[in-house]
Design a binder for this molecule. Structure first.
Ligand SMILES: [Zn+2]
Length: 181
């Protein structure tokens, strides 16, 4: 999954939660976005990897792509780092939480890819595919593009004060009543 799909999907699934918890700020959304792309720090060609080349090459050579950064241990370590940084610089813990939320969403999204991820690293390299090998996408495939489009629609819907029905050129209700008149 490329970084745009990760961002779109993560925002689509997190926005309802963040809105209902009054956590929708520029800061929290930024940290959510950083968390959503951060696990791919282990791939030098990824969006984040290209921005932190040195770190990225080291991670890839030590852990490999979709290695430790794509596991529960990786989430806990990076999350602990985020909370420690928030504490050290006097930022709200909510920002660290949003980073963790984005990070976790990335792992779930990758776990639906065809190959899945090894949640239990470094204990086990066994890969888990969350869709039981029935529901999956391949990176760059039409399915991934569809996920991207649906996520963008979900985000627009979330922010839109309009009901989607009013956006249709013909009211569905009116059309149906005419059909069955
Ligand atoms: Zn990833």
């Amino acid at each position: 999954m490329n970084y745009k799909t990760h961002l779109a999907t993560t925002f689509a699934v997190s926005l309802p939660y963040m809105t209902s918890n009054d956590a929708l700020t520029v800061g929290s959304l930024s940290l959510l976005a950083v968390g959503a792309v951060f696990p791919d720090i282990d791939e030098p060609n990824s969006y984040i990897g290209r921005r932190l080349t040195g770190v990225s090459h080291s991670f890839k050579s030590i852990f490999g792509h979709r290695g430790l950064t794509h596991s529960i241990v990786g989430l806990l370590l990076m999350g602990a780092g985020a909370y420690a940084l928030a504490e050290a610089f006097g930022f709200s813990e909510n920002l660290a939480f949003c980073f963790c939320l984005g990070y976790f969403a990335h792992l779930v999204e990758d776990s639906f890819s065809k190959k899945g991820i090894s949640w239990l690293q470094p204990l086990s390299k066994k890969r888990f595919q969350s869709g039981f090998n029935l529901i999956y996408y391949s990176t760059g495939s039409i399915v991934e593009q569809l996920i991207f489009i649906l996520s963008i629609l979900a985000i627009l819907y979330h922010f839109s004060p309009l009901e989607f029905g009013t956006l249709l050129p013909v009211s569905l209700e009116g059309w149906l009543s005419r059909l069955f008149d």
